[in-house]
Design a protein. Structure first.
Length: 403
């Protein structure tokens, strides 16, 4: 019995002494893997958190906008967050960094940074937010419209760093950066880029004086290949402006060149009238996105464009439009209360453009509405109409008798 107790005691002692060694062995393996797991899980959690943050901002924004009766395109603010009908984002009030940029709840950028920006202010005017640095040498404009346009104007050398959200990717084709995030296809161009670098989810651009534009394929319309061509025209200064008209007669206009100015003058159920000015007289393209309840057309009707009250030529293909020498337009998408197209205006001073609903087969006459007084009939000989009717009746009777 004593021998058995001694044997058990020795066994217990050996087991107790072995535990630290086994613990160290397991600990070495576990610590390494746990650290990796924690790092990977931390990264995944951070990515998920950022995506969730953008989705949450979109949902919160929709609720806040409803509570404030905010309808159509345009930003509303709550603390550091900006909520648009299409776009949501935050601004770091210390650095001016743009954070959590999303389109319809889809995360596109975790952040957009400009090193040495020296933030001064962020102000909003309906559909656009303007972020500027202290000396005014860099101005960022974020637009709440279906293309979610960000236009950055730099009057000095600058580096822009776009940190993509998890799941988003970027690729360079010529001088255009293609971005895909969820079902969103977007582009970044610069008209004076000195270098472009894509490393993982970070896109860096070095630019001299010039414009940098981020633009999505409009999320309210089917995607087509014309987007990339239009972005390319920005680098040649031939993409002049973009006009978006949405519900509740809200509009968002982006001027892509400094010399361009577009104003909507009136909106009716069968006509939208705008004026377009440019101090540069050379030809420009203007993108149009109409998705509203103001301009209305039915089956059997079509849209016509008029330039200074004269019909514009409609072309059938994108290539025909971009090769045009005379003012022309091309409609790429058309549905009930919904139209997407692009027009080319061959030369400028101040031009008037009308988008008009036409009945099928109606001659495309000038859309200028004129009121014409009804002509007074010329008095005829008394009884002439009656006599003529009698003669016709007698003639018909005689012919029937002969037959």
């Amino acid at each position: 019995m004593n021998k058995t107790k001694k044997l058990i005691a020795i066994t217990l002692v050996i087991m107790m002494l072995s535990l630290p060694i086994l613990g160290d062995m397991n600990g070495d393996r576990s610590d390494g893997n746990d650290a990796d797991d924690r790092g990977m899980m931390g990264s995944r959690n951070d990515d998920d958190s950022m995506r969730d943050r953008v989705k949450e901002m979109h949902e919160n924004g929709s609720r806040i906008r409803d509570d404030e009766d905010m309808m159509g395109m345009g930003f509303i603010h709550h603390e550091d967050d900006s909520y648009g009908s299409y776009v949501t984002f935050s601004v770091d009030n210390a650095t001016g960094d743009i954070l959590n940029f999303g389109i319809l709840g889809i995360a596109v950028f975790d952040s957009i940074k400009i090193p040495g920006f020296d933030f001064r202010s962020a102000t909003t005017d309906e559909d656009k937010t303007r972020i500027v640095n202290n000396d005014g040498s860099i101005v960022i404009r974020i637009h709440d419209n279906p293309a979610a346009v960000i236009k950055i104007k730099a009057n000095r050398k600058a580096t822009l760093v776009f940190n993509l959200a998890s799941g988003a990717s970027a690729a360079k084709q010529d001088n255009i950066i293609n971005i895909v995030a969820g079902n969103i296809t977007a582009y970044i161009i610069s008209d004076n880029t000195t270098s472009i670098n894509i490393a993982g989810r970070q896109v860096s651009l070095d630019t001299g004086n010039g414009d940098i534009v981020f633009r999505s394929s409009p999320v309210n319309m089917p995607h087509d290949d014309m987007e990339e061509r239009f972005m390319g025209e920005m680098m040649t200064k031939r993409a002049g402006a973009e006009v978006n008209v949405g519900d509740f007669d809200k509009s968002s206009i982006v001027n892509y060149t400094d010399d361009m100015d577009v104003m909507i003058r009136s909106m009716e159920k069968d006509r939208i009238r705008m004026t377009i000015n440019s101090s540069d007289h050379s030809g420009k393209f203007v993108m149009m996105n109409i998705d509203n309840s103001s301009l209305m057309w039915n089956e059997g009707q079509k849209l016509g464009l008029y330039l200074d009250n004269k019909p514009m030529r409609q072309v059938m293909t994108e290539q025909e439009l971009y090769d045009a020498k005379e003012s022309s337009f091309w409609i790429t998408t058309m549905g009930r209360n919904r139209m997407r197209g692009i027009m080319y205006i061959a030369n400028f001073s101040e031009r008037q453009v009308d988008i008009v609903v036409l009945d099928e087969g109606t001659p495309e006459a000038t859309p200028e509405v004129t009121v014409t007084a009804m002509a007074t009939p010329t008095p005829g000989t008394p009884g002439f109409g009656i006599a003529l009717g009698v003669i016709c009746a007698v003639t018909a009777y005689v012919l029937r008798r002969r037959s």
